[in-house]
Design a protein around this ligand. Structure first.
Ligand SMILES: NC(=O)c1ccc[n+]([C@@H]2O[C@H](COP(=O)([O-])OP(=O)(O)OC[C@H]3O[C@@H](n4cnc5c(N)ncnc54)[C@H](OP(=O)(O)O)[C@@H]3O)[C@@H](O)[C@H]2O)c1
Length: 317
């Protein structure tokens, strides 16, 4: 997957640095939308805002924002229209009645979702002669506009190029591809890594707690241990990309024994094994298929096999 910050060098470039700031609209003034609107206002962009519940625009209006009477009016006022609401259902509820105003606009949807609804929404927006960008925001509202924030964009490369200057106001702007679902796919991938880490964290703390060890004490050891363990990930990633799982260090046989010990110790302490037992099952499946000497990273093949089996089953029905 090529990731670029300059996806389409032939697209219309951003206006010159001296051009008047583009009008933007922000729909949804929750924690994120508020800060997005403030960021554009602070940079001199004419900023129109709208929120379902009245009152949330007050501080923005005091700083110079224009409050629209409806989402449709906000769309009509902005060249770049940003929507940041609870979920895709809320996005649809807001956009469908405003469809006629979309023509010629660029819609940037930073509402968190999944790839398929992002693709459907992008197709619907395109059918109304507007450009669609999907944005996965990696920031808390306090870090928007700082070097800590980054946003992954997918969808219209032309729109990304046209509004790159505005998008960079929010944080590092990276275009990940023309498939509008890609930023969501990156998002759920990165979040999967995070939740997997949380699973290990909860398991570790439950085990420690069962022997009277305080969570804070174990966490003091766990954080540097996990940071060290993370250093192994790029090597595993290379193995997965190349499909070459040969290893002389961390093979599936040894890790399956190790993880089995953890599960046994967990049961012996009277705790549930539901977080890590599925990982053990993935390892065992690879061993059953004769890959015990292969790298631990080959566990990913068990997931791929599960997906292939599900596809075969659904095509047979
Ligand atoms: N906050 C972050 O740091 C962050 C970071 C990355 C991504 N995101 C994503 O950005 C989106 C917004 O997050 P947030 O933190 O701003 O959430 P939030 O503070 O809970 O605000 C939710 C917003 O959605 C609006 N809303 C909910 N249901 C609606 C509906 N049916 N019709 C119209 N408006 C509706 C709310 O309007 P009312 O005021 O009327 O309730 C409010 O403006 C979410 O998808 C979130 O996952 C947030």
């Amino acid at each position: 997957m090529t990731v670029t910050t300059n996806p389409n060098p032939n697209a219309s470039p951003n206006p010159s640095p001296n051009a008047a700031p583009q009008p933007v609209a922000v729909i949804g003034l929750g924690n994120l939308g508020q800060v997005l609107a403030e960021t554009f206002l602070a940079q001199g962009h004419p900023t129109t805002v709208w929120n379902r519940s009245p009152g949330k625009a007050d501080s923005l209006v005091a700083k110079g924002a224009t409050l629209a009477d409806s989402a449709a009016d906000a769309i009509a006022a902005g060249e770049l229209v940003i929507i940041a609401v609870l979920d895709y259902e809320a996005v649809r509820q807001l956009l469908i009645p405003a469809a006629d105003t979309l023509r010629g606009r660029t819609l940037l949807n930073v509402t968190t979702g999944t790839p398929a609804p992002a693709r459907e929404l992008a197709a619907w927006v395109s059918s109304h002669r507007a450009d669609y960008l999907d944005g996965a925001v990696y920031a808390v509202p306090q870090t928007i506009g700082t070097p800590e924030a980054f946003v992954l964009y997918s969808g219209s490369a032309d729109a990304f190029t046209t509004y790159e200057r505005e998008l960079k106001l929010l944080g590092t702007a990276t275009f990940v591809g023309a498939d509008p679902g890609l930023s969501s796919l990156y998002d759920v991938s990165l979040l999967s890594g995070m939740y997997g880490m949380f699973a290990g964290f909860f398991q570790a703390l439950a085990l420690a707690d069962s022997a009277g060890i305080a969570a804070t004490e174990l966490t003091g050891l766990l954080v540097p241990w996990l940071n060290g363990a993370a250093a192994a990930l790029p090597g595993f990633a290379q193995e997965i990309d190349s499909g070459d799982y040969s290893t002389e260090t961390s093979n599936l046989d040894i890790n399956t024994v190790g993880l089995g010990n953890i599960l046994n110790a967990t049961k012996a302490q009277g705790l549930g094994t539901e977080l890590l037992a599925p990982l053990h099952a993935l390892f065992e499946r690879q061993i059953e298929e004769g890959h015990g000497a292969a790298s631990l990273s080959r566990a990913i093949e068990s997931l791929r096999e599960t997906q292939a089996e599900a596809e075969t089953a659904s095509s047979a029905t």
